[in-house]
Design a protein around this ligand. Structure first.
Ligand code: MG
Ligand code: ZN
Length: 424
């Protein structure tokens, strides 16, 4: 009996290689069991064996094994696929499907994501909560680990974990961080800092000196200012000593033109767009697109490729405030920045563009009275984040890896694989 069952399983596994439906597999297994269990006569057994081998031979001849087909296809596509030289990773903080939809209907029924051929879904939970915060969410993208809410580039037991930005730097790639929050805020910070709490802004600022990131643009120069910091270290001078072009211009009418005027061959760039948090779009903030273009064009000077993270930080803040207009204006600012980045990606051909959110904010949904291009009637379930899955959009070489449903940590793995970087 055991012998018969083993034979049946061997046959079943052999047939599995040849595109055969599960129902048919069961028929084959039962047939095999029948032969080997009930035929005591050696001669008759041999006859059945010959018949089975004959059937097997016919099927093998008709249908080449699945595995061989797949590996041939993989090799061919590997050879044909253009390599990924650069990654631009964009995070819409708190950007769930509701936020995207609201932006789309207030933008004449169009959102840039319609141009992206690959869409996936990310499961956003942190190590200790189903509802993540931006620190654990960004650490998942940056380090490929689930950690606790509030952790900046550290594991659940507070050990520093290497980030994809640090790995890119180590390999000689250019790197950059752009945000519409302070640069020390959870999302950008998690790519370069290692602190047990997102609230340790002074310590996070000091960590920016440990990795030679090429471009940093965002608010928060207070955290680098010796007159403000508890330890009185002047990190703005430290950055200058390390060769950065440092400017605390702040977010005013001159800022976009100033960003446009910075020579693209400038070695290192640290532009502070506010002393603390930059303003919302509704109060005149306009720099994200210019900052994204500056960072992209500067980093594209690198022969070794680059990794750039760009964050639309305040979509989240609109969600926390339960303010529809705040969400929509920030969403559309992010949308038009993506349009500009996508133009570069299309021209370049060696850049993988990945866009996602760390989580949804507000439990934001569009209600029946919403009218296209006029008003969004919305409901909110919370003034905090929610655990709903968020979309992932990918464009360019390597983008096909981002289809499907996976944990937020898989985004790190997929990006590391695309760049051929090894986790330490
Ligand atoms: Mg953020
Ligand atoms: Zn938030």
């Amino acid at each position: 009996m055991t012998n018969a069952l083993q034979w049946a399983i061997i046959l079943q596994n052999t047939f599995k290689l040849y595109k055969i439906t599960p129902q048919y597999l069961i028929v084959i297994r039962n047939f095999a069991m029948h032969i080997f269990c009930y035929n005591k006569n050696a001669l008759s057994m041999n006859r059945y064996k010959v018949i089975l081998l004959f059937v097997l031979a016919i099927i093998m001849a008709c249908s080449p094994p699945k595995k061989i087909q797949q590996s041939t296809a993989t090799t061919a596509s590997k050879m044909a696929a253009p390599k990924v030289k650069n990654i631009i990773f964009m995070v819409g903080d708190g950007m769930g499907l509701g936020q995207i939809t609201a932006g789309m209907y207030m933008n004449n029924n169009y959102i840039v994501f319609e141009e992206f051929p690959v869409v996936g879904l990310s499961k956003t939970s942190s190590s200790d909560k189903l509802v993540t915060d931006s620190a654990a969410g960004a650490t998942a993208f940056a380090c490929g680990i689930k950690t606790y809410n509030g952790a900046i580039g550290v594991s659940a037991d507070t050990l520093p974990m290497p980030t994809i930005l640090e790995a890119a730097e180590k390999r000689g790639m250019a790197t950059g961080l752009v945000a519409t929050s302070t640069i020390t805020h959870a999302t950008p910070a998690s790519f370069i800092a290692h602190q047990p709490s997102r609230k340790l802004y002074d310590e996070i600022a000091a960590d920016f000196l440990n990795t030679p990131v090429d471009v940093m643009i965002g608010g928060g120069w207070y955290h680098f200012d010796g007159n403000i910091r508890d330890d009185e270290r002047n990190l703005l001078d430290s950055l200058r000593n390390k060769g950065y072009l440092v400017d605390t211009i702040g977010d005013n009418k001159r800022l976009p033109a100033f960003l446009d005027s910075i020579p693209r061959n400038t070695d290192k760039i640290a532009i502070f767009t506010a002393a603390s948090s930059p303003k919302p779009v509704s109060e005149g903030r306009t720099y994200l697109k210019n900052a994204a273009v500056l960072a992209t064009e500067r980093l594209a000077q690198s022969n070794e490729g680059f990794f750039l993270m760009i964050e639309g930080s305040q979509i989240d803040w609109g969600g926390h405030a339960n303010e529809v207009d705040y969400i929509v204006t920030e969403m559309l600012d992010f949308n038009s920045t993506i349009e500009t980045v996508l133009d570069f990606v299309k021209r370049d051909g060696e850049t993988l563009l990945v866009i996602t959110a760390d989580h949804e904010t507000g439990g934001f949904a569009l209600n029946p009275k919403s009218v296209m291009n006029d008003s969004i009637s919305a409901g909110f379930t919370t003034d905090y984040h929610t655990a709903t899955m968020v979309p992932v959009f990918a464009y360019g070489p390597g983008s096909e890896a981002f289809a499907g449903i996976y944990e937020n940590t898989a985004i790190y793995n997929k990006m590391m694989n695309a760049l051929g970087l090894k986790q330490e």
